[in-house]
Each structure stands twice: as C-alpha cells, then as structure tokens.
Design a protein around this ligand. Structure first.
Ligand code: ATP
Ligand code: MG
Length: 462
C-alpha cells in the first residue's frame, strides 16, 4: 500500500427518533463539574454523574488513555443514560463507539476481531491537510447540450469572479452533474476543492440580495470573495482508525461503512495504517484523539473477551473504556468461577467503579415529567402523581412505558390530556414484572415447563 486513504465523503445525516434515551443531552454538570439537580435531561444520580464528568474532563484534557470505568447498579438506575450523557458531552471530535456485550456473539467474525474493530472505532485521528480550492461568485454557468441524445457527454463553461478578477473554467460531465444537483446558479458563492472536485455552496452574494423577493428565509448571504480565485486552505478532518481500516481494506471501500458489512480486516492492513498514522504524527500532520468505547451489558462477554480487554487497555492508543452491568456476584461467562459483576478480578482491578443508586420518588417524578415533554404528551397533575406512585412501586422503566400507552388511550377517548382513568386503564392492560410473577405463581401449573417449587433451575429471576 503506497497511500493510505482517509476520506471518501461523509455526508451522512442522522435520523432522530424518540428513543429510550433521546431526552438526554449531556451530563447536566456546571463548570465546577457539580451535577445540577436536573439539567440537560438528567435528573438525580448526582455522585455518578459527577464521577462521569471527571472522567470526561480527563479525556478532554488528553491526560489519560487506556483507562476503564465500570458503571454498576440495579436495573433502571440510569447506567446507559449516563453513558449516553457522556457521549453527548464529549463533543464532536472525540469519537464515541457503543456496543452491547451480546453483539460479540452475533457477528460474522471472531470475538476478538469484533472487539478490535470496536476499539478502533473509538480512536479518532485528526488530520490536517492543505488543499487547493477555487472560491468565487458564480457569474455564469453555460451548459452545452449535445445535439443527439446519449452521444457525446455534456460540456460547459463556468465563469467565477472575486472582487479582483474573473476567470472562465471548462466543465466536464461530473462537474456539471454536481452543479446541477446542488442547484448552483449565478450569484451563488461557491468553493470547489481542486483535488476531489467537491463543490460547496457557501451562500448567495450580497450583491444579489435584492434580486429576488421570493427567496426562502434560510438563504445565507456572504460577501463576494476578494483576491485570487485559487487559494490554499488548511482543512482538518477527524476520522476513526476503523474508518481508515475499512476504506483501505477492501475494494468496495467506504460503501462497506454504510452497509455495516466490513468483515474481518487483515492484520497487515492495520499494521500498515498504524505505521502510516505514526509517520503522520511525527510530521505533525495528524493527532490521535482517544475517544470512548462503551460496552453495555458487559457481563455478556466471556473470559476470552475479558482477557482481550486487559491487553487492549495497555496499548498506547487505547480509548477510554466504559462498561456497564446490573449483575451482582455471578458466573464469569466461559468459566465456572463466580466473580463480582461477572467480571474477572484482574479486569475489575483495572476499573474505576461508579455505582448508581435507585431513584427517590421526587426524582422519578422529574424523569417522568421530562419524558412526557419528550414524547409530547399532555398529562394532568393527578395522572402524573399516580404514575410516579406506580414508578416507585414497580419500576421507572415500566412507568416510562405507560406514558405512550396512556397517551394512546387518551387519544382513543378523544381526551385532551392524559387523566387518571387513562393511566389506570393501561395499568390494567399491561402488567409489570411483579404482577406478572404473581400471576405465574398462581397459575403456573397451566404453563409449560413449570418447575418452580424445590428446583434450582427455572427460577424466575437470576
Ligand atoms: N438520571 C436520569 N435522568 C433522566 N433519565 C433517566 C435517568 N436515569 C435513567 N433515566 C431513564 O430511565 C430509563 C432507564 O434507565 P437506563 O436504561 O439508563 O437504566 P440502566 O441502568 O441502563 O438499566 P439496565 O441495567 O436494565 O440496563 C431510560 O429511559 C433512561 O433514559
Ligand atoms: Mg442499560
């Protein structure tokens, strides 16, 4: 490999839906890293949030690499939520990769390969490049259509100007397509990357601001550039090591990034990339940005994975590893030994442990309020109180789930806001774990494979 490619266009837009954690916009800390009672969608759990904030600060300062944090606590105490908060607070540049322990077993690659990829997704490389760009205001675009259909390809001319000069450029088919696609017209200020031919519309020239009265409110006006049309510009982009791996590993290149079908990546490819990145770092062209790898449900990993983690953390380019589990003392997968959280002692020893605690009634109430707002559900005061009580008695998750269901019940009876009746209706429609277990206890003879009294196996909860 003579050249390591780093970029092949990353114009992805993300689709946002209302997910379990979509209300979380950060860790909700103040400048002194104290957790505010309720901020950025985060409520309570102050000690854990503060601890997470301290870790984040260390990452931002670039002080630590290869550290690991364990979020441990009962189900529904906000471990995943805190990890999401960290991701949001981390900022644009540092990458945040996330996976669930169980994913390791469902991929068409070895477990260690899956973990290696996950680690490399969490390491960013900031690359500085000088490129030549042409930047100017479009005076005219002239496209010559061929006389016969499908005969010769289209050609054309593009006239660009700055306040000081004007030049006519010849256009090929590719450029014409790009210009048409972006609806570039005269009066637009554009920048064209000479190497890749990528066109970016910077806005409309101020000189043209009075031309149209029917322009959308989003139209951005910019000054016509001055000086030379051709300029050298330093561009900085951040890619992850994994992205570089994929782009360089196979013929389909970056397409694999979109398809998610990357397969195993050969060790030689990775070695070459690591050498290249090291060279760039020495030349001052690149910097490593260690990000965060979050492995949820970490007790699902087995002993092989755990020992891989031990080693991987000692690598100098390792990201910060955050793992979460709700398990107590349990068997380590792949062995017959028991250990706290189902994690071997040698790995536990390397972890900073953050514990999460159950929520108070007031905190549950606040989280439910935030969720109502997130889901756009109007709810009466009484209904909120009842839902909070239910949350306290059953679980936070169960009560969060009732919000959507109750809103539907309310819609059905054409009500304006969710009332107590809607809550009690869905409370009787959907049972929580406690009632479901109760039901099983009473009627278990009628179910298949019931073996409760006296037997070890088949107990309902671990
Ligand atoms: N402190 C909090 N502030 C706001 N929302 C929270 C908070 N804690 C939890 N939630 C919300 O409550 C729900 C359950 O929390 P979460 O999924 O984080 O629990 P968990 O500790 O990961 O549980 P499990 O061990 O079962 O995975 C989520 O929708 C989460 O966004
Ligand atoms: Mg979780």
């Amino acid at each position: 490999m003579t050249e390591v490619k780093v970029l092949e266009g990353k114009d992805l837009t993300r689709i946002e839906r209302i997910g379990a954690h979509s209300h979380i916009r950060g860790l909700g800390l103040d400048d002194a890293l104290e957790a505010r009672k309720s901020s950025q969608g985060m409520v309570g759990q102050q000690a854990a949030r503060r601890a997470a904030g301290v870790i984040l600060q260390m990452i931002k300062d670039g002080k630590i690499a290869g550290r690991a944090v364990l979020l441990a606590g009962q189900p529904g105490t906000g471990k995943t939520a805190i990890a999401m908060g960290m991701a949001k607070a981390l900022g644009e540049e540092a990458p945040f990769a996330m996976m669930a322990g169980s994913e390791i077993f469902s991929l068409e690659m070895s477990k260690t390969e899956a973990l290696t990829q996950a680690f490399r997704k969490a390491i960013g490389v900031r690359i500085k490049e000088e490129t030549e760009i042409i930047e100017g205001e479009v005076v005219e675009i002239q496209i010559d259509r061929p006389a016969t259909v499908g005969a010769a390809s289209k050609t054309g001319k593009l006239t660009l100007k700055t306040t000081d000069m004007e030049t006519v450029y010849d256009l090929g088919t590719k450029m014409i397509e790009a210009l048409t696609k972006q609806k570039v017209q005269s009066g637009d200020v554009v920048a064209i990357d000479k190497a890749s031919g990528k066109i970016s519309k910077l806005g409309r020239s101020f000189a043209r601001s009075r031309d149209y009265d029917a322009m959308g409110p989003q139209t951005k006006f910019v000054q016509c550039p001055d000086g030379e049309l051709q300029k050298r510009k330093e561009v900085v982009h951040v890619v992850t090591l994994h992205e570089i791996d994929v782009i360089n590993s196979r013929t389909q290149g970056f397409l694999a990034l979109f398809a998610g079908d990357t397969g195993e990546i050969r060790t030689e490819v990775r070695e070459q990339i690591d050498t290249k990145v090291a060279e760039w770092r020495e030349e001052g062209k690149a910097e490593i940005i260690p990000g965060v790898l979050f492995i949820d449900e970490v007790h699902m990993l087995d002993i092989e994975c755990f020992s891989y983690l031990n080693r991987a953390l000692e690598n100098e380019m390792a990201p910060i590893l955050v793992v979460a589990t709700n398990r107590g003392i349990t068997r380590i997968r792949g062995t017959n030994y028991k250990s706290p959280h189902g994690i071997p002692i040698d790995l536990l020893d390397r972890l900073l442990i953050i514990t999460t605690v159950p929520y108070s009634e007031e905190e549950i109430r606040m989280i439910l309020d935030i969720r109502c707002e997130e889901e756009d559900v109007e709810m009466s005061e009484d209904a909120r109180e009842l839902l909070t009580k239910i949350g306290k008695e059953t679980s936070l998750r169960y009560s969060i789930h009732l919000i959507t269901a109750a809103a539907l019940a309310c819609q059905k009876r054409k009500g304006k806001e969710v009332e107590i009746e809607d809550i009690s209706r869905v409370y009787s429609l959907f049972v929580d774990v406690k009632r479901s277990t109760q039901f099983l206890m009473e009627y278990q003879e009628q179910f298949m494979f019931n073996e409760v009294p006296g037997s070890d196996e088949g107990q309902m909860m671990e």
